[in-house]
Design a protein. Structure first.
Ligand code: UD1
Ligand code: PEP
Length: 429
């Protein structure tokens, strides 16, 4: 199993290219099930979640080709992925495949919308919380699907097609909004989705669906109106830049000091995170090329932050912010409101010398002057990268185990950081 070795104490200076967003690429790939034509996605990140989903879609009969490895020696470009679901050969998504990644449950929406049936394994909980799918199933039921839970599978039928309806989400759900949006595009009549998630990845999916011929109004708001069409067509779409990856590298720079251009990052999609970084003492400027982040000399100021759905501070940056605050000059408070158990990093950060006290959903972090390298491991993606952030400022060597979590969501993490001066390397095997 690969590990990452980091020797802390180096400033970061240079340019980090920001990849396409994992959380947009996955639903976009799933949307290919809605049409017989070819969907071409560019700027797709090289991540294990992407290759796993390609395998899952292949099982349904989607022809997936992945091209465009790199242009030049050190300039990494996203991949181009072509997906053609000419005929769907299997409407079942088995446990063995769905259990490898939660987002694959979302195939239920295009399968039932196009084929009138789907049998998809329930995804189960994960390290950050129980993560039920009741709201996703409620949305499909509102559209007229009959759903039964049988032997661990959601069996969903709509032999006469889906019908437009009002869907009111009691709680903001990104996955629920993706599912409702995809299913409604092929439903008969108009669907109104209320309390829809406004995350940029939802808007990216909606923009692609519109290019495929879907009729959707209200992009970027909490009310989406979808008028169903009988068929969708193929298109080309570039995956939106990853605001979570950009926010993560911004926190790395805020931690180590230095001056880095986050190339291709979109400041308007991550204002809450940029505001928190500014409070923490980083200097942020938006440029034509992306976001420039600097921290020179002054220490890290403590912050008080509560996670919230977009446009609030994202839960997917909560662990990274905690990593940064371990070295703040004072006491920070971070409250997690989206997932009930997203604190797997607390114990591991403590191994590096962090002082964190957890009380319910709020972590109180007493900043320390010195962190010291240690072997660490985490059980999820963002928790793992919070350890990388702390390790970049720790004295001595940190070995981050279970790198496969990082490979789910960060393309070439060690190459991107090393190019800016970090002492970081992957140890294979
Ligand atoms: C692949 C992807 O895009 N993953 C993101 C997506 O996950 P995901 O789509 O799974 O997260 P949701 O937005 O659905 O979850 C938000 C909250 O709603 C709850 N809930 C959700 C569905 C449901 O049927 N019932 C229910 O109670 C969840 O347990 C959680 O407490 O959005 C999360 C919140 O921004 C991010 O952290 C994940 O990175
Ligand atoms: C929680 C995440 O992903 P997933 O929903 O795929 O588990 C994440 O990207 O931080």
């Amino acid at each position: 199993m690969d590990r990452i070795r980091i020797t802390g104490g180096r400033e970061l200076n240079g340019t980090i290219p920001i990849s396409g967003a994992k959380n947009a690429a996955l639903p976009l790939m799933i949307a290919s099930l809605l049409t017989e034509d070819e969907l071409t996605l560019t700027n797709v990140p090289r991540l294990s979640d992407v290759s796993n989903l390609a395998r899952i879609l292949g099982n349904h009969g989607v022809d997936v080709t992945i091209a465009g490895k790199r242009s030049g020696d050190d300039v990494l470009m996203g991949q181009t992925v072509r997906l053609a679901a000419r005929s769907i050969v299997d409407t079942t998504a088995p446990y063995e495949l769905v259990s490898t990644m939660r987002a694959s449950f979302w195939v239920i929406a295009p399968l039932v919308a196009r084929m009138g049936r789907a049998k998809v394994s329930l995804p189960g909980g994960c390290a950050i919380g129980t993560r039920p799918v009741d709201l996703l199933l409620m949305a499909l039921e509102r559209l007229g699907a009959k759903i039964e839970i049988d032997a661990g599978y959601a069996v969903c039928e709509a032999p006469n097609g889906l019908k437009g309806a009002e869907i009111d989400f009691g709680k903001v759900t990104v996955g629920g909004t993706h599912v409702a949006l995809m299913a409604a595009t092929l439903a008969d009549g108009t669907t109104v989705i209320r309390n829809a998630a406004r995350e940029p990845e939802v808007t990216d999916l909606a923009e692609c669906l519109i290019k495929m011929g879907a009729r959707i109004k209200g992009l970027g708001t909490d009310t989406l109106e979808v008028t169903g069409v009988t068929r969708l067509k193929g298109t080309h779409h570039a995956v939106v830049a990853d605001r979570i990856e950009a926010g993560t590298y911004a926190m790395c720079v805020a931690m180590t000091g230095g001056d880095v251009l986050l190339e291709g990052a979109r400041p308007e999609l991550m204002q809450a995170a940029l505001d928190v970084l500014t409070q923490a003492g980083a200097e942020i400027s938006a440029t034509n090329a992306g976001i420039r982040i600097k921290r020179n000399g002054a220490g890290i100021s403590p912050v008080t932050v509560t996670t919230a759905p977009f446009p609030g501070f994202p839960t997917d940056l909560q662990a990274q912010l905690m990593g940064l605050m371990t070295r703040a000059q004072g006491t920070s408070r971070i409250t997690e409101t989206i997932f009930e158990n997203r604190f797997m990093h607390v114990q591991e950060l403590a191994r590096l010398g962090a002082h964190i006290h957890l009380d319910g959903q709020t972590a109180t972090i007493e900043g320390v002057d010195v962190l010291k390298g240690a072997p660490v491991m985490a059980t999820d993606l963002r928790a793992s990268v919070s350890l990388v952030i702390a390790a970049l400022a720790a004295q001595g060597e940190t070995l981050v185990n279970r790198v496969y979590h990082l490979d789910r969501g960060f393309e070439n993490l060690e190459a991107k950081l090393a190019a800016c001066g970090a002492q970081i390397e992957r140890i294979s095997g």
